[in-house]
Design a protein around this ligand. Structure first.
Ligand code: AMP
Ligand code: MG
Length: 419
């Protein structure tokens, strides 16, 4: 432990995040199938091997013509009649060029035949089997999608480091890539400690509580792009804890819930020290979530988080999530933060940074936030109701209705209310 950790003073969240992210490596690369790359980080620049559109093509069903054959752009032009010489559906090319006084019937997506420089929409014509009557003038190039107007050949389309969303998948497919080089997903081992815990497949015991943290952590891991490895429950006994921790040897991250406080059965810190981990034992200046340990066992980043269900989810959110994102090759490690108008009264001591569970909604076009109610660290339904964390700085003592607060968005679902 460092001397700073041994004294009883608070460590700021920012300092803890700095130490964690400094320690955290970016994982290696692997090729995966295009759809499996969704949510991962691209590990190569995607260079366009083909222009889009690859050739000039029609944006409308209509007729490919020479602009100089069309009616003039005067107020009341004389209609013209053109000779229809061929028809090209999408997926085929014309066999002839459009000559003077001629037109080729063309469908959306078909290549524009040579000789033609304009497409007239079918709605603006009067066609017969062999001829087409055109009534008005249109500009040269009308209804033609130009070769390369979207993507130029050899341009860098997606830089390495980008998060792969559905639009990236579309572009990767457009460039003909069945396999994509991405960063590996971090493997996150999850261990819950406590003699009071039973697991979902254990015989139901009225005297025990369910290991909810293990599953919430696994879900948070997946949402952040990691692969959870659920190790189950360790009894509050050093030998059991040691054995379970050894099962995480191949993981990139180990997250342990519970047993990091000062109770008689809180063995996490002691065991981690015994197995040679150089640990930080922080008293984090946040609420909820004070006691946290962090260190590395060989190449595994190891987090000891508080057992209270809300504290555990919030410390995971603030400490483990950014580490998962960094390992995955991401550079945006934190949630979208915005300002919202606080609707309640709140007071606290000017010591710790508070994360209140909040419901952000849009009221008459303005982001507004209220709390979810009871803010106890065991009130897991506060996380259920929240779409944001209201981030109240250490120094703030009092908030009143109408004050501006900073919110970390946990979800993109923001209800709109108008009065
Ligand atoms: P601890 O941090 O071990 O002192 O635990 C603090 C509180 O969190 C206690 O009330 C525990 O029963 C509860 N708790 C610990 N681990 C879990 C878990 N995996 N799931 C749900 N609650 C837990
Ligand atoms: Mg415990």
């Amino acid at each position: 432990m460092t001397s700073k950790d041994m004294d009883n003073s608070f460590t700021s969240l920012v300092e803890a995040q700095r130490i964690i992210l400094e320690t955290c490596p970016v994982l290696g690369k692997e090729k995966v199938g295009i759809l499996d790359s969704l949510g991962r980080t691209l590990a190569e620049n995607l260079i366009a091997k083909r222009a889009n559109p690859p050739w000039n093509n029609s944006a409308m069903d209509g007729f490919a013509v020479r602009n100089s054959d069309l009616p003039t752009d005067q107020a009341d032009p004389e209609p013209v009649i053109l000779n229809v010489i061929e028809e090209v559906p999408a997926g085929r090319s014309a066999t002839r060029a459009v000559g003077h006084g001629e037109a080729i019937r063309i469908m959306t997506g078909a290549p524009v035949p040579s000789g033609a420089d304009t497409v007239i929409k079918i709605e603006d014509t009067e066609p017969t089997k062999t001829h087409v009557k055109v009534f008005s003038h249109v500009k040269t190039g009308s209804h033609i999608r130009k070769q390369g107007e979207d993507i130029a050949k050899d341009e860098c389309l997606i830089p390495r480091g980008a998060k792969i969303r559905s639009a990236e998948i579309g572009i990767l497919a457009m460039m003909g890539k069945p396999l994509v080089l991405t960063h590996q997903r971090p493997r996150v081992a999850i261990l819950s400690t406590g003699d009071e815990l039973m697991d979902l497949d254990d015989q139901f015991d009225e005297d025990k509580i369910t290991n909810s943290n293990g599953y919430a952590f696994a879900a948070q891991t997946r949402e952040a792009g990691g692969t959870p490895i659920v190790l189950g429950i360790s009894k509050d006994r050093p030998e059991d804890l040691k054995e379970k921790i050894s099962e995480a040897a191949n993981a990139d991250i180990l997250v342990i819930s519970g047993g990091v406080s000062m109770g008689d059965y809180d063995f996490t810190k002691i065991v981690l020290n015994e197995i040679g981990m150089n640990i930080h034992a922080w008293k984090l200046a946040i609420k909820p979530g004070q006691p946290v340990t962090f260190g590395t066992i060989r190449r595994t980043l190891c987090f000891g988080l508080p057992g209270n269900p809300v504290s555990s989810m919030i410390t995971f959110e603030q400490l483990v999530r950014p580490a998962i994102l960094k390992m995955s090759g991401q550079t945006n490690l934190f949630r979208l933060t915005m300002h919202a108008t606080f609707q309640e009264t709140f007071s606290k001591r000017p010591d710790r940074r508070h994360f209140l569970r909040g419901i952000v909604h849009i009221e008459n076009g303005v982001p507004t936030v209220k709390t979810t109610g009871n803010q106890g660290s065991g009130i897991l339904t506060s996380m259920l109701k929240a779409n944001a964390l209201i981030d109240i700085p250490e120094s703030v003592e009092q908030l009143n209705p109408g004050d501006m607060v900073s919110v970390q968005m946990l979800s993109e679902h923001v209800p709109a209310i108008s009065n």
